[in-house]
Design a protein around this ligand. Sequence first.
Ligand code: ADP
Ligand code: MG
Length: 346
Amino acid sequence: VLAFGALSYLWATPGVAPGKKLGEGSFGVVYRVTLANKPSSKEGDLVLKKATEYGAVEIWMNERVRRACANSCADFVYGFLERSTKKTPEYWLIWRFEGDATLADLLQSREFPYNVETLLLGEVQDLPKGLERENRIIQTIIRQLLFALDGLHSTGIVHRDIKPQNIIFSEGSRTFKIIDLGAATDLRVGINYIPKEFLLDPRYAAPEQYIMSTQTPSAPSAPVATALSPVLWQLNLPDRFDIYSTGLIFLQMAFPNLRTDNSLIQFNRQLKRCDYDLVAWRKTVEPRSSAELRRGFELLDLDGGIGWELLTSMVRYKARQRLSAKAALAHPYFDKEGLLALSIMQ
Ligand code: ADP
Ligand code: MG
């Protein structure tokens, strides 16, 4: 039924109860549905997204991810075009419900990062709170993110909308997964490869406006596979766009006072004024910094400043100077063991 039915059919089917709206962007609406024969268990829950313009691309990306790097993203079930007389096409996408919390929700809590530790380990740890412990939790989150990104990038996909709102905590696998491939681009086969710049979220976007050189010949934006040389990838390093966004998430995890939209926008302005040089930014803010800001620097300075070193290797003006996801995973910041139970699970 889920695979072949249109939504009207879903709604009319006694076995399926429509659930709450999870999100509504300019290009689609997202719902959670519960199977009526399993109302008490989250396990059968699904997420439905109605997408217009970019639905075809999103389906294509999800199918590719499912085949090539399934663990990187939310578990995709099926996608289809609704037969309708409307002018704009309406696509439906279905995923398994991964969990209630996105990284954005978790970051907004005063408990962060301890709320994440509880989710990751499945229990509350009775240990003293402090920077060391917080750093280990943050390290674990960043490592999972980079791991998921490495999967996407190795497949040839650049996400282009990496932000806490698009990272879901999967309760089943106790890991963070990436969602929302609506703005993604697959450069190896030329899918959606004309960058839809207006889709990019300015809060997390890297400074380069075009992730591929504007000199690069254009490919069809419809999901039609055309052979594109991997050489172009090497020339442009489009994956480093996602690395920049991930660096900003790292920053927000370390500095509680950069977690609101306004403070992130203000930070971006400050960084731009420093020509995107984090070291220069630090020099301007540190002398007059608040206790919260100082604490963030202290966290990044642990173990000889290895966290700060990683952060400054991700948030750089030139894409070429940023680490790849794979190289970042090999960074000494990750040498020290993260959360114990986690290293056993992975
Ligand atoms: P949008 O294009 O509206 O941003 P998303 O794909 O990001 O759509 O989904 C919107 C919201 O729905 C997410 O922020 C998340 O809260 C929730 N969501 C999406 N996919 C899932 C999933 N597989 N499991 C649980 N929640 C999800
Ligand atoms: Mg989203």
